[in-house]
Design a protein around this ligand. Structure first.
Ligand code: GLA
Length: 362
C-alpha cells in the first residue's frame, strides 16, 4: 500500500513552482515541502487523495494576482462559471465567442488543471433563468432544432476535445422545485426523449469525454432525488451513453442532511455511473457560530461523497468577494471557504481535514 507520506512527497514533486500569469507581472508560487498534510497546499492534498477538487471560475477575475494564486494553491480542476453557456459562447447563429473559454483552457493546460465543460444544454420552463438564447428558443421545427443542437455540441466538443474531459450535457433536466421532467423548449419541440438524444449527440462528438447530467435541489427534495435516480436508471437501461451525475449542492439553507445526501450518492453509483458534487456553496445563515456551522456543512457534504466512490467536488467559486449568492439571495451570506480578502475560513480547514482523511495511508 502506498503510504500517505510517499504519495504526498510525490505530489509535491509534481507540483514544482509555477509561474502564474498576473496582470503584466509574474508571480511565483512556491511549492511547499508537503512532507505531511499540514504543510501541503489544498491542491496537493486533493492530488494525493485522488480527488478532483474544483472551482467555478469567472474569467474576468483570473488576472487578479490573489484570485489566481488562491485558485492555483487550492484546486486541481476548473469549470467556467458562465462563459461556456449557450448564450455566452454562441449568442447568435454562426456567431461564436470562444475567447474566454480558450483562455481558461490555455491557463488550465499551463497549470495542469482539469477542465469541466458547463454546460451544453440548459433550459428551464418559464420563467427562465437558463441561458438558452432567444434565437434557439424561436426554433419550433424539430429537425431544424436537431441540426442546431448537433452543430452547437459538435463545435464545442470538437474544439475542446482532449482539453475538456467532462461535460454537463444537460443541466437541470427536472423541474427546480418539482420532480417531473422540465417542460422546457427542448422537451416541447423534440419530445420526452430529448435527453437521451442529446447524450447520443455528445457521445458522437467526443466518444472519450465523460458525459454528465447536472441537477439542482436534490440534496433536500427526496421526491426529486428519487426522480433523478429513476431518470438515470432509465437512461442506463437503454444504454444511453451517460457516465455521471452531478449533484449541484447549492446548500442555500446553510445545512445539509448528510445521511440523505450519502444515500443519493450511493443510489446513483449503484446504477453504474460516477457521482460528483458540482456547485457546492454554503451560505453562512446560522444565527450562532455561522462560520463553524458552515465549516461543518462543508465537511458533511464532502464526507457524504468520499464515504462512497464519489471523488469529484467542485465549489461554485472560492472567495466571498465573488459569489452569485450575493445577487440571487442577499449580500453578505459569505458562502465560500475564503473571505473577501482571500483569507481562509474555518470551512477551508474542514475541507482539508476531509481530504487528509482519505489519503492512501488512512
Ligand atoms: C445553476 C447553474 C449554474 C449557475 C448557478 C447559480 O446551478 O447550473 O451554472 O448559474 O445556477 O447561478
Amino acid at each position: 500500500m502506498v503510504s500517505g507520506l510517499i504519495a504526498l512527497t510525490a505530489c509535491a514533486g509534481n507540483d514544482t513552482p509555477v509561474n502564474a500569469r498576473s496582470s503584466g507581472t509574474t508571480t511565483t508560487i512556491a511549492a511547499p515541502s508537503c512532507a505531511k498534510p499540514a504543510t501541503c497546499t489544498t491542491r496537493q492534498l486533493a492530488d494525493a487523495a485522488g480527488v478532483l477538487f474544483g472551482t467555478a471560475v469567472s474569467l474576468q477575475h483570473l488576472d487578479e494576482p490573489d484570485y489566481q494564486k488562491t485558485l492555483l494553491e487550492t484546486f486541481n480542476s476548473v469549470t467556467p462559471e458562465n462563459d461556456l453557456k449557450w448564450a455566452a459562447i454562441h449568442p447568435k447563429p454562426g456567431v461564436w465567442n470562444f475567447g474566454p473559454v480558450d483562455d481558461l483552457v490555455a491557463f488550465a493546460e499551463k497549470h495542469h488543471l482539469a477542465v469541466k465543460g458547463h454546460n451544453l444544454l440548459w433550459d428551464q420552463a418559464p420563467p427562465s433563468t437558463s441561458t438558452t438564447p432567444k434565437w434557439v428558443l424561436a426554433i419550433k421545427d424539430p429537425q431544424r432544432l436537431r441540426v442546431v443542437i448537433r452543430d452547437h455540441i459538435a463545435t464545442l466538443m470538437g474544439r475542446y476535445r482532449g482539453k475538456i474531459d467532462r461535460w454537463d450535457v444537460v443541466n437541470e433536466p427536472l423541474e427546480t422545485l418539482g420532480s417531473a421532467v422540465q417542460k422546457n423548449h427542448f422537451w416541447r419541440v423534440l419530445g420526452n426523449d430529448y435527453i437521451a438524444e442529446v447524450f447520443r449527440i455528445a457521445h458522437a462528438a467526443d466518444p472519450r469525454a465523460k458525459l454528465f447530467i447536472n441537477e439542482s435541489t436534490v440534496e433536500f427534495m427526496p421526491a426529486k432525488a428519487a426522480a433523478l435516480v429513476a431518470l438515470v436508471k432509465g437512461l442506463v437501461a437503454r444504454h444511453v451513453p451517460i457516465n455521471g451525475v452531478g449533484i449541484q449542492a447549492h446548500l442555500v439553507s446553510g445545512t445539509v442532511d448528510a445521511a440523505r445526501l450519502e444515500q443519493l450518492v450511493g443510489d446513483l453509483e449503484a446504477l453504474g455511473v460516477e457521482v460528483a458534487i458540482t456547485e457546492l456553496d454554503v451560505p453562512a445563515t446560522a444565527a450562532v457560530g455561522p462560520l463553524q456551522v458552515q465549516a461543518r456543512t462543508y465537511a458533511q457534504a464532502l464526507g457524504a461523497c468520499f464515504v462512497k466512490r464519489c471523488r469529484e467536488v467542485t465549489l461554485w467559486g472560492f472567495t466571498d468577494r465573488y459569489t452569485w449568492i450575493d445577487g440571487a439571495f442577499k449580500k453578505g451570506l459569505a458562502p465560500l471557504p475564503f473571505d473577501v480578502n482571500y483569507r481562509p475560513k474555518p470551512a477551508l480547514d474542514a475541507i482539508r481535514q476531509r481530504l487528509a482523511a482519505i489519503l492512501p495511508s488512512n
